[in-house]
Design a protein around this ligand. Structure first.
Ligand code: KDG
Length: 314
C-alpha cells in the first residue's frame, strides 16, 4: 500500500434517486453516495491519488460501492467487508419544487462499523499529504468517532494537512453532540469547511467565527454559500467568489464537489483565490448534473464552463 495525496474515511451507501414521491412508487435509479466518497471521486477525476476507507456489507450493494470507487480510480485497499451488517441505503426523493427529501436506512449498517482498525491499515502505507474528514462519520457511532479521532491524530503527527468539512446532518445527531465531538479536534485541524448555518457547531453564539477558529489553531476557513458563492479566509487574507451560473439539475453532492476542487487546488500549490476558483467550478459541475458525483469534471474539463452557454464542443 503506497502513500496517497488524500486519505478520507466514512460511510458510502447505495443511493436511490426517485422520480417523485416514494409513496406513489415509480422508478428508482441506483448509484452510490457518501460525502467522503464524493470528494474522493472528485479528486481522482482531477488526477490526484486518493484512498477512501470504509466498511461495506458482504452484499451486492457493498460490491457496487467498491466496484464504483475502484472504477473511478479511488484506492479501497484498506476497506473492510463486514459479514452480518448490510450496506447502508440513502434515498433521494423530489417532494416539491426543487426540495429533495432524504431518507436514510443506515442504522446498524456495515458503514457504522468503521473503526480504528481500518485507519491503522490505511496509514500502514504511509501518511497522506491531506486527510479529509467530515462531521458525518463521527455521528455514526462510537467506533467511527474513534476512527476519525485516530485518523486526525495520525495525520497531525505525520505533518499532513487536516481538512474538516462540518457537513452537519441533523438527522444523525444534534448540534450540541456535534460540537462536543468536533470542537476538541480543532487544534489538529488546518482547514475548516462549513456553511454559514454550520459554523455554530464550532463557534459559540455571538463569537466571531474566524477569530474563534484561528485562535483554536485552524489556518484556513472556507464558507460555502451554495448559489450565493463562497469565501476563503486566512488570518491575513479573505477572498470571495460568486457561484458559477449553471442550470440547476441536482444540488446534492455540490458541497463535496466544492471541497474536491478546493483540495485539488491546495495539492497543486495554488494560492487562496486559485483554490476558491477551482472549488466553485467543481461545485458548479455537480449542480449541473444528476447524481452526487456523476457530473464531476476531469482536469481537462475544468475549463468547459468558460465556454459560452449553448456551445457545442467538437
Ligand atoms: O453531501 C452529499 C451527502 O449528503 C450524500 O452523499 C450522503 O453522505 C451522505 C449523508 O450522510 O448525507
Amino acid at each position: 500500500m503506497s502513500p496517497v495525496d488524500v486519505l478520507t474515511l466514512g460511510e458510502t451507501m447505495a443511493a436511490f434517486r426517485a422520480g417523485g414521491p416514494l409513496r406513489l412508487g415509480g422508478q428508482l435509479s441506483l448509484s452510490i453516495a457518501g460525502a467522503e466518497a464524493n470528494v474522493a471521486i472528485g479528486l481522482a477525476r482531477l488526477g490526484h491519488t486518493v484512498r477512501w476507507v470504509g466498511v461495506t456489507g458482504a452484499d451486492e450493494l457493498g460490491a457496487l460501492v467498491l466496484r464504483t470507487l475502484r472504477a473511478e480510480g479511488v484506492d479501497v485497499s484498506a476497506c473492510t467487508v463486514a459479514a452480518g451488517a448490510p450496506t447502508g441505503l440513502i434515498i433521494f426523493e423530489p417532494r416539491v419544487a426543487d426540495l429533495i427529501r432524504v431518507t436514510y436506512y443506515r442504522s446498524g449498517s456495515a458503514g457504522s462499523r468503521l473503526s480504528e482498525a481500518e485507519v491503522v491499515a490505511a496509514f500502514e502505507g504511509g501518511a497522506p499529504r491531506v486527510l479529509h474528514v467530515t462531521g458525518i462519520t463521527p455521528a455514526l457511532g462510537d467506533a467511527p468517532r474513534a476512527a476519525v479521532t485516530r485518523a486526525v491524530a495520525e495525520a497531525k503527527a505525520a505533518g499532513a494537512t487536516v481538512c474538516l468539512d462540518v457537513n452537519h446532518r441533523a438527522r444523525l445527531w444534534s448540534v450540541e453532540r456535534a460540537a462536543a465531538t468536533l470542537r476538541p479536534l480543532l487544534p489538529s485541524v488546518d482547514l475548516v469547511v462549513a456553511s454559514d448555518d454550520e459554523l455554530p457547531v464550532l463557534v459559540d453564539p455571538g463569537a466571531d467565527p474566524l477569530t474563534t477558529l484561528f485562535a483554536a489553531g485552524v489556518r484556513e476557513v472556507v464558507v460555502k454559500r451554495g448559489g450565493d458563492g463562497a469565501s476563503a479566509h486566512t488570518p491575513h487574507l479573505t477572498v470571495e467568489r460568486p457561484a458559477r451560473r449553471v442550470p440547476v439539475v441536482d444540488t446534492v453532492g455540490a458541497g463535496d464537489a466544492f471541497v474536491a476542487g478546493y483540495l485539488s487546488g491546495l495539492l497543486d500549490g495554488t494560492d487562496l483565490p486559485g483554490r476558491l476558483d477551482r472549488a466553485v467550478t467543481t461545485g458548479a459541475f455537480a449542480v449541473a448534473a444528476r447524481g452526487d458525483w456523476e457530473g464531476l469534471p476531469t482536469r481537462a474539463e475544468l475549463g468547459l464552463l468558460d465556454a459560452v452557454p449553448g456551445t457545442t464542443v467538437r
